[in-house]
Design a protein around this ligand. Structure first.
Ligand SMILES: [Zn+2]
Ligand SMILES: [Zn+2]
Length: 301
């Protein structure tokens, strides 16, 4: 037996002994429990190291998250945009169509060769973000457009109100551009003569003259009641209104000089249209009839 072989043998036999001998608590665990700790202490230690490990992993994860967040912000992926892309998904990585689309309706792959599906490890973030940004722009433009349209409506409304006020002022100051004139009469004589519903003459110094009523005007309303071309009915309404305390007569006046009321068609028309008629302008308001009305009456009568 050489020393070598003996040594070797001893070694091997020792190993065999060590392994074959009945378990001695400290021998098999020496390698990893050099301080001979109890199992309870070992458990505590392993839990502590596990928690350390967890903490380390958490730290690394947070660090990764922080850098990811910074990268997201750098590309414009704010928390608002994240919410906007949350319900979206990428349809095609070539044309980058997404389900929610770019603001012009739902997205659709327009690739001639057909869609290229994103693989499982493809990060669609940027494509989704671009789509969401387009959608946001379309939405904001629409809001802007709506508010601009609203402003136009408001402005038009203001103009209308202004024009309405102007109209009232004109009724007081200048009658030339308004064909309906409301005039309030006080109790007493009207100071005008009627033929049917037309003012045939205005008495000098009377109420009508003072109120600037002109011969040739036509009565359309007494207070709120529409008047027919009938002097008796108009006078009856006028008397009742005066008794009640207030009478407003709405007259229609010709908007231009040279226009006269025709009792046939009940319109203000050019003086020339009366030339040659049997009841021409010489017949006076409430009697004068334009040629076409006269022809029509002859034809029918
Ligand atoms: Zn496509
Ligand atoms: Zn006529």
């Amino acid at each position: 037996m050489t020393g070598n072989s003996h040594f070797g043998k001893i070694v091997s036999s020792r190993c065999i002994i060590a392994l074959a001998s009945p378990p001695v608590p400290c021998v098999p665990i020496c390698a990893w429990n050099p301080f001979n700790l109890t199992s309870e202490q070992v458990g505590l230690m392993s839990r502590a190291s596990a928690s350390l490990e967890r903490k380390g992993a958490q730290k690394a994860m947070l660090k990764e998250k922080a850098s990811e967040h910074a990268a997201d912000l750098a590309m414009g992926l704010t928390s608002t945009m994240k919410k906007l892309i949350a319900g979206d998904s990428l349809i095609c990585i070539t044309c980058r169509a997404t389900v929610l689309g770019n603001g012009c309706g739902p997205g659709k792959c327009e690739c001639s060769g057909g869609r290229t599906k994103p693989s499982d490890d493809y990060d669609p973030k940027e494509a989704l973000l671009n789509a969401a940004m387009s959608r946001e722009k379309v939405r904001k433009d629409a809001v802007k457009g709506a508010s601009a349209a609203n402003q136009v409506v408001v402005a038009a409304d203001k103009e209308k109100k202004k024009a309405g006020r102007g109209l009232d002022d004109l009724a007081d100051l200048d009658l030339s551009s308004v064909d309906m004139v409301e005039i309030v009469f006080e109790a007493g004589k009207l100071g005008m003569a009627l033929e049917k519903h037309a003012v045939s003459s205005v008495a000098d110094g009377g109420a009508a003259a003072a109120l600037k009523v002109k011969a040739g005007w036509v009565i359309r309303k007494v207070n709120d009641d529409d008047m027919p071309p009938d002097k008796a009915i108009i006078m009856k309404h006028a008397a009742a209104a005066m008794k009640a305390g207030s009478m407003t007569i709405t007259f229609q006046q010709p908007l231009e000089d040279g226009k006269h009321h025709c009792i046939g068609c009940d319109k203000f028309i050019d003086a020339a249209q009366f030339d040659g008629a049997k009841n021409d302008l010489g017949a006076g308001p409430g009697r004068q009839t334009c040629c076409s009305c006269e022809e029509f009456a002859d034809f029918c009568g």
